[in-house]
Design a protein around this ligand. Structure first.
Ligand code: G3H
Ligand code: 13P
Ligand code: ZN
Length: 326
């Protein structure tokens, strides 16, 4: 058997330089989740077209789905395709919501350039210990690490929570100092999934807690902050899904203006998964609704890939501000 690849062999970079540039430039790096070829192609081609750096993000379950040996090779194929087009956009491969040292290590040993260790469901001290252990191993290989303080509501892969707990600003300095993490995910009112708020008809989503973010920025000047659960949940995609037989009720996300404001601050990485799922599902449902006889996967996965690419270009240009930064 061949030795597993290092991230440098796959043409990837860690997130250090990306975050420095994003901090200086007042924009955020997009972190798009994927688990198959169509999503991966849409992400890298969308970021190539919009001249944006990108973080390719994989949860533990997505890695299982795609296969841990297959996945880095698929990413290498995507990087090679991008380079063949003449583009030099920086590309990182990141583990999303890693929940153990063993998983983080396995990812680092198989070509990931960045990992998240999510100890946010543990006590502060346990979170510090777990995160510091991952940082020590990762930094020895040049891999960057994201930690998390505060709990988001919704599903976070193997761990899920009904309620959110905002990040306590008074804990962030000690956490960063004791762990040595490169970036910190915080909880300021976002949540995972397509139903982020329970709203009455006509009611607006509550604003994010920018007061907490500002307090964290004061305590950690120039330190990269990460926003999870940042899908906007496009009403157009929800409407298409429901029109063509789906049943997505009360789907609501984070308004784009709130994300624009966050991207201009110390928030250097914005995580988007649900919006990509919705874009592809809407297109596939539309195609099956309009043409129930279709059974060639290229005829529905191809347009779904195009829809996702379009969404990515829009997000980079008009929400994250990462377009034309390469
Ligand atoms: O934050 C969680 C991501 O959206 C990944 O979800 O575990 O279903 O791949 P997943
Ligand atoms: P969304 O569910 O809002 O897309 O959040 C994704 C995420 O935070 C992945 O870690
Ligand atoms: Zn997340």
């Amino acid at each position: 058997m061949n030795t597993p690849p290092r991230y440098q062999d796959l043409g990837l970079v860690n997130t250090k330089e990306m975050f420095q540039q994003a901090m200086q430039g007042g924009y955020a790096i997009p972190a798009y989740n994927f688990n198959n070829m169509e999503q991966l192609q849409a992400i890298v081609n969308g970021c190539t077209e919009s001249h944006s750096p990108v973080i390719l993000q994989v949860s533990g379950s997505a890695r299982k789905y795609a296969d841990k040996v297959f996945l880095p090779q698929m990413v290498k194929g995507a990087v090679d395709m991008v380079r063949a087009s003449g583009s030099q956009i920086p590309i990182a491969l990141h583990l999303d919501h890693g929940d153990s040292f063993e998983l983080a290590k396995d990812c680092i040993d198989s070509g990931f350039s960045s990992v998240m260790i999510d100890g946010s469901h543990h006590s502060f001290d346990e979170n510090v210990h777990l995160t510091a252990e991952v940082v020590e191993y990762a930094h020895a290989q040049g891999v960057t690490v994201e930690g998390e303080l505060g709990v988001l509501a919704g599903v976070e892969d193997e761990v899920s929570s009904e309620v959110s707990h905002y990040t306590k600003p008074e804990e962030v300095e000690e956490f960063v100092e004791r762990t040595g993490v490169d970036s910190l995910a915080i909880s300021i009112g976002t949540s995972h999934g397509a139903r982020k708020f329970k709203l009455e008809p006509g009611e607006d989503p509550p604003p994010l807690r920018f007061d907490i973010l500002e307090e964290i920025e004061k305590r950690l000047p120039g330190f990269p902050i990460v926003l999870h659960g940042a899908s906007s949940v496009s009403p157009k995609h929800v409407e298409l899904i429901n029109r063509y037989g789906g049943r997505l009720e009360s789907a609501v996300g984070i308004p784009a203006e709130q994300l624009r404001r966050a991207a201009k601050s110390a928030v250097c990485k914005i995580n988007i998964d649900s919006d990509g799922r919705l874009a592809m599902t809407a297109k596939i449902r539309e195609i099956f609704g309009e043409n129930p006889a279709e059974f060639d996967p290229r005829k529905y996965l191809g347009p779904a890939r195009d829809e996702l690419l379009k969404m990515i270009v829009q997000k980079n240009r008009y929400v994250l501000g990462s377009a034309d930064k390469v």
